[in-house]
Design a protein around this ligand. Structure first.
Ligand code: CA
Length: 218
């Protein structure tokens, strides 16, 4: 499993406890290292939302887009309802507010591990998403994305072939609960499409009229 937490003391305590439970734990202190450490074999991810280089929810989106489908449990100091929802919209499976009891973390991880699948069906094919810089690249070509563009693209790529509903995309793209006009979503998707083309990638986003959007294999 992968434990991503920038608070050294907390990370050490949690890692030790999980290892005592027999889990094979890899640790990371920031989003960049987390992305580099996760593989398709990762069985479960414990992911702090407040990381020094990126929002944990963006890291989760980037993991999903890369085909890492392990269940994700978010850790956060905050307890706002919209953040909880945004965590789920980002592809998270569970949520624990700090401070928490190790026994509760362990109990929740057991549930997630039972559900864990290691199948991967990434539609990235060459695309790389950087959650720290919110950048999209293909080979040498890079296009900067706004945080919202990044979240929308990653939310779509993380669920290949599946229709992601407009409501889910609004929640993923605007995690802080901002009220945005329906048309705004379409405008942002149009911008994401332009950026895909700009770096020489194919437009792999299909419109499903009245329902949402779907990422398909290029
Ligand atoms: Ca933190």
């Amino acid at each position: 499993m992968l434990l991503v937490e920038d608070d050294h003391a907390l990370r050490d305590v949690v890692a030790r406890a999980l290892r005592e439970e027999g889990l094979d734990v890899i640790t990371a202190g920031d989003g960049h290292t987390a992305l580099a450490s996760a593989t398709e074999q990762t069985s479960v991810v414990v992911l702090d939302i407040g990381l020094p280089d990126a929002d944990g929810r963006d890291v989760c989106l980037a993991l999903r887009a890369r085909g890492v489908m392990a269940p994700v449990l978010f850790l956060t100091a905050k307890d706002a309802v919209h953040e909880r929802l945004a965590g789920f919209a980002a592809g998270g499976d569970d949520y624990l507010t700090k401070p928490f009891h190790l026994a509760e973390l362990m109990a929740r991880l057991r549930v997630l591990l039972r559900r864990s699948e290691t199948t991967s069906t990434s539609t990235l094919s060459g695309l790389a998403l950087d959650p720290a810089r919110h950048a999209l690249s293909l080979g040498e070509k890079t296009a900067p994305l706004s945080p919202t563009e990044f979240r929308l693209l990653a939310a779509l790529l993380g669920r290949p072939g599946e229709v992601v509903r407009r409501r889910e995309l609004l929640r993923a793209g605007w995690p802080d609960g901002a009220i945005v006009h329906e048309n705004t979503l379409d405008q942002y998707i149009a911008r994401v499409r332009r950026k895909l083309l700009q770096i020489g990638a194919t437009d792999r986003i299909e419109t499903v009229r009245g329902v949402g959007y779907r990422a398909v294999s290029p």
